[in-house]
Design a protein around this ligand. Structure first.
Ligand SMILES: Nc1ncnc2c1ncn2[C@@H]1O[C@H](COP(=O)(O)OP(=O)(O)OP(=O)(O)O)[C@@H](O)[C@H]1O
Length: 617
């Protein structure tokens, strides 16, 4: 623990400039403190001895001039500090952005975006207390006591010796407490960064964690990190308050040790009154900058910890942020009880090595709609007559949008049917899926499942498996990503789901296989690999929860031919015997559809029915 980190001075020229300005200000301040005390002691001693003579008036005028000059210097120092803080923070942020540009997306993805954002914003802002609070006090502490000791040596060497003996107590206490504070502050800063990372991951993955029944766990993880941060902050504050108290006590006792002998000498007539006033006025000023420096040291620590983290990034060619994918840092805590219910385990769950799947199930009785759980009894329709899904004049208008994204959509889906949605980009295909998931507001018409109105929420989502266009992978291991909805699933089941999604091959080539931690949004995997992990996640969910409805949003978009063929095959396995709605552009996916809905400008323009043999009706 050094008073000033030389590494910071080396890397930040604006900090060096600021420190030079502050050093000059401190020397001027020291002169003014001594001048002020000298003028006042002359004025007081002369007034006591001779009454209000012209000498008293002159000394008082000098005293007032010194006070005014000190105020001006302090104002200038404040302005200089504000400029210095702005320059140092700009330089540091500039360095971070340059490093990010130099390293490209590789670096960003390996860390958590939320952590990086916390570092660049709140972390760098933590330097305010260091630059404008701690450094000026440090400069004063280096100059003022020395100057005052010289004055004391000339006027009263005995007082100088008392000060010389007591003054080291303050830095010694400061250092002892500082060692303790450093660990506390680093813990506090670490918690804050984790909080930023968790929060962003939780928010970005919210739709995914909702569908997979883990939204509450994400919130709990954020809450737990917030609590860690609160505890670390309170611990730092406790140390800061205690240290302020200890330093205050040491300074007061030290001033008393100087004052008592002076009083005795005055009584004995051995000391001039002017010298006595001068020493008594200067004694507290010796300890003041050291005390202030000690108390500001704690506030400055967060900024220093953040700066250390920033230099780790700016200094390395290929920065490797601290590991953050352990179970303790995962957004979703697997120790918590899954929010989805335990499901019967199908006896024929696929086992490695070959991807074998459980036999398809069509419209299982276990299925629930939102209405069955939350609605009044008797709301269910006639299962033998009602289609699996019914869209009646469905309209969706996003908040703030001028026109509906989907309007007047009327259609039905029979149990076990595969419906493919086709249409140009922006036609409204994903919106149809979002309406079914409850992610887009149904502003007109109705959605029914087996005759019951669909009520978006946990109960309904338990029926659904969703593979979105851009599946969100969380910053945790590959295995934990696959078992997102079923955290208690054993490794064999995870592996079998990966086999079925043709993911095992590339996962085995990752450094730690299924335990390989992924970065933000699945960093470290290609787009096709991410999709296969998302499919594996869906496989596991289907197998364990037996979800009868599958929603897939362009599972093969942006893939090369080889990956596309594999994902298409995996998708076909996923959909076998289940009711599914699939947004598709590729023929490979359309061939398997029972109905093809062509959507344009939010309206259903055409429905093509295909027979099992592929004929169009
Ligand atoms: N969250 C949203 N808020 C406002 N408007 C939205 C939102 N999401 C989509 N839209 C708009 O709704 C319309 C339909 O979008 P949607 O994503 O359903 O199209 P899409 O057919 O799935 O397109 P693509 O094939 O490119 O994914 C578009 O005009 C889009 O701009």
């Amino acid at each position: 623990m050094r008073p000033v980190d030389p590494a910071m001075l080396r890397r930040l020229p604006s900090l060096r400039r600021y420190l030079r300005r502050t050093a000059v200000t401190s020397v001027v301040s020291a002169g003014l403190i001594i001048g002020q005390a000298a003028a006042l002691s002359v004025a007081l001693a002369t007034a006591v001895r001779d009454g209000l003579t012209p000498e008293v008036t002159t000394a008082t005028a000098w005293f007032l001039a010194a006070v005014a000059a000190r105020a001006a210097v302090q104002w200038w120092q404040g302005a200089s500090a504000a400029r210095g803080v702005a320059e140092v923070k700009t330089e540091l942020r500039d360095g971070l952005f340059r490093a990010a540009a130099r390293h490209g997306p590789t670096w960003r993805g390996r860390g958590r975006t939320g952590e990086a954002v916390t570092l660049v914003t709140r972390g760098v802002d933590g330097l305010d207390a260091y630059v404008s609070g701690y450094l000026p006090q440090l400069c004063l502490a280096a100059v003022v006591p020395v100057a005052i000791l010289v004055v004391m040596a000339v006027n009263d060497p005995a007082s100088m010796i008392v000060v010389l003996v007591t003054i080291p107590l303050i830095p010694v206490f400061g250092v002892l407490i500082g060692w303790h504070t450093k660990a506390q502050t680093e813990r506090q800063w670490h918690s804050l960064r984790r909080l930023g990372g968790h929060f962003l991951d939780a928010v970005a993955g919210l739709p995914t964690s909702r569908v997979f029944g883990r939204a509450a766990d994400g919130a709990r993880a954020v809450l737990r990190t917030s609590d860690d941060y609160r505890a670390a902050t309170m611990a730092t504050l406790r140390v800061a308050f205690l240290s302020a108290l200890a330093l205050e006590l040491v300074a007061t006792v030290s001033v008393a040790l100087v004052a008592v002998p002076i009083g005795l000498q005055l009584l004995g007539g051995d000391m001039d009154l002017r010298v006595a006033f001068l020493i008594l006025l200067l004694a507290p000023e010796v300890y003041l900058p050291l005390r202030s420096m000690g108390s500001r040291f704690h506030a400055a620590q967060e900024g220093l910890a953040a700066t250390g983290a920033a230099f780790d990034i700016t200094d390395t060619d290929t920065p490797t942020p601290e590991p953050r994918h352990g179970k303790d840092t995962a957004m979703i805590d697997h120790a918590t009880r899954p929010s989805t219910p335990e499901c019967p385990q199908p006896a024929e769950y696929p086992q490695a090595p070959g991807p074998r799947l459980a036999p398809p199930r069509v419209a299982p009785d276990r299925m629930t709609s939102g209405a069955e759980v939350g609605g009044p009894p008797g709301i269910e329709g006639d299962r033998s007559v009602e289609p699996f899904l019914r869209f009646t004049d469905l309209a969706v208008t996003y908040p703030g949008a001028e026109r509906p994204a989907v309007a007047g959509l009327t259609a039905t889906v029979a149990p076990g049917e595969l419906v493919a949605l086709v249409g140009r980009s922006g036609a409204g295909k994903s919106t149809v899926l979002n309406a079914l998931l409850g992610f887009a507001p149904v502003t007109g018409g109705a959605l029914h499942h087996r005759g019951s109105p669909i009520r978006p929420g946990e109960a309904w989502l338990r029926n659904v498996t969703w593979v979105p266009q851009r599946a969100h992978l969380f910053a945790m291991s590959v295995a934990d990503n696959i078992r997102l909805g079923q955290p208690t699933a054993d490794p064999d089941r995870v592996r079998a789901a990966a086999d079925a999604a043709f993911a095992t091959e590339f996962v085995n080539e990752l450094p730690e296989g299924f335990d390989t931690p992924l970065g933000d949004a699945g960093f470290g995997l290609s787009a096709g690999q991410r999709r296969r992990i998302a499919l594996a996640r869906a496989f596991l969910r289907i197998q364990l929860l037996d979800c009868p409805l599958v929603l897939l949003d362009e599972p093969t978009a942006g893939l090369d031919l080889h990956s596309e063929a594999r994902v298409a095959e995996a998708t076909a396995r996923l959909l076998a015997g289940r009711t599914a709605i699939l947004v598709a552009h590729r023929e490979s996916m359309l061939d398997r559809a029972d109905q093809v809905w062509r959507i344009a400008d939010g309206a259903l323009r055409e429905v093509v029915h295909r027979s099992p043999a592929g004929a169009v009706s």
